[in-house]
Design a protein around this ligand. Structure first.
Ligand SMILES: Nc1ncnc2c1ncn2[C@@H]1O[C@H](COP(=O)(O)OP(=O)(O)OP(=O)(O)O)[C@@H](O)[C@H]1O
Ligand SMILES: [Mg+2]
Length: 291
């Protein structure tokens, strides 16, 4: 989570209301193209996809960073994305989260939410959480305070001072502390945690918002082998409850967690399948693995 996303979280209630209202009122829009009504906060996965990209392209100064990219993710799936530097992996996440607008293509969350109609903050509130490579926790706050902060929807000073999690939220916080292996460190300052622990804390902060889809960009970069192994366990425990899209260069980590792997190259899908399948694909060996 980034501070700017945290700030955007402050506008959560209002923006979500607006987004939901837009879904209800634009009867001529795509949302109305399907007969199932959209309940605010609900993602329609009846078609077996939580995320759907079709023919997405974006150019930067004439350079096609994403080139007719099509891809979909099933509910509860843990999808690994690999590919050489500059393949467009991070740019794809920028597009899904509304940070970058594509020049062309379709990006849907479930079968009814056209993500290209929403702003970055609204997309975060709909349940797409994003973890950037660098940990961005609040170093001067404790582990507990960081997680508590992730719950707050109104981050005004007064509201923050009087905020107390309700009992369901406290239970959730305790459960997440265990999930991220920080139950013994609740009162430690985040600044004193190891790099790996900071990464887990940030993932915990995202989990506090109960995201339906989590995008994780190089989550184990800079971790020790032990931290990497624990992160693999963590992701495996999240799959099924959340959908995950994990970008990584660490092949032994990918091997531990992967079911289906997508290889990106020059902004589009070069190969897709099990790690074994893509690793034996001549084109993948040539552009990525054989280097
Ligand atoms: N905002 C931008 N302006 C100009 N060029 C950009 C921008 N964002 C990305 N690019 C370019 O688009 C291409 C894809 O970059 P991207 O960061 O998505 O690659 P990546 O697959 O994440 O690579 P890595 O594995 O190194 O993180 C690169 O050539 C990059 O320089
Ligand atoms: Mg990248």
């Amino acid at each position: 989570m980034t501070p700017d996303l945290m700030e955007e979280g402050a506008r959560r209630a209002t923006a979500y209301g607006q987004a939901a209202a837009r879904n209800r009122t634009e009867s001529g829009g795509r949302a109305a193209g399907f007969s199932r009504p959209v309940t605010p906060g609900e993602v329609d996965v009846a078609h077996g996809r939580i995320l759907y990209l079709e023919d997405v392209s974006v150019s930067f100064d004439g350079f096609k960073a994403i080139n007719k990219l099509s891809l979909d993710i099933a509910p509860g799936e843990l999808r690994c994305i690999i590919g050489p530097n500059g393949a467009g992996k991070t740019t794809m996440m920028d597009i899904i989260t509304g940070k970058t607008r594509p020049d062309a293509g379709t990006v849907f969350f479930g079968s009814t939410i056209d993500l290209l109609r929403y702003k970055e903050a609204e997309i975060a509130q709909m349940g797409i959480g994003r973890k950037f490579q660098k940990p961005t926790v609040f170093e001067h706050l404790t582990v507990y305070e960081n997680l508590e902060l992730a719950l707050k929807t109104d981050k005004g000073v007064k509201a923050s001072m009087f905020f107390k999690p309700d009992s369901a939220q406290s239970d959730r916080l305790a459960q997440i502390l265990r999930t991220i292996h920080l139950a013994d460190s609740v009162n430690r300052l985040a600044g004193n945690l190891s790099h790996g622990q900071k990464q887990w804390l940030e993932i915990g902060m995202l989990l506090m918002q109960d995201p339906k889809l989590l995008l994780l960009d190089e989550p184990v970069a800079g971790m020790t082998d032990e931290e990497t192994a624990r992160t693999a366990e963590l992701f495996l425990s999240l799959k099924g409850h959340h959908s995950l899209m994990v970008v990584e260069h660490d092949m032994s980590f990918i091997k531990t967690i992967s079911e289906k792997v997508t290889v990106l190259h020059e902004g589009s899908v070069l190969a897709e399948g099990t790690l074994e399948q893509v690793q034996s694909d001549e084109r993948v060996i040539e552009v990525y693995l054989g280097r």
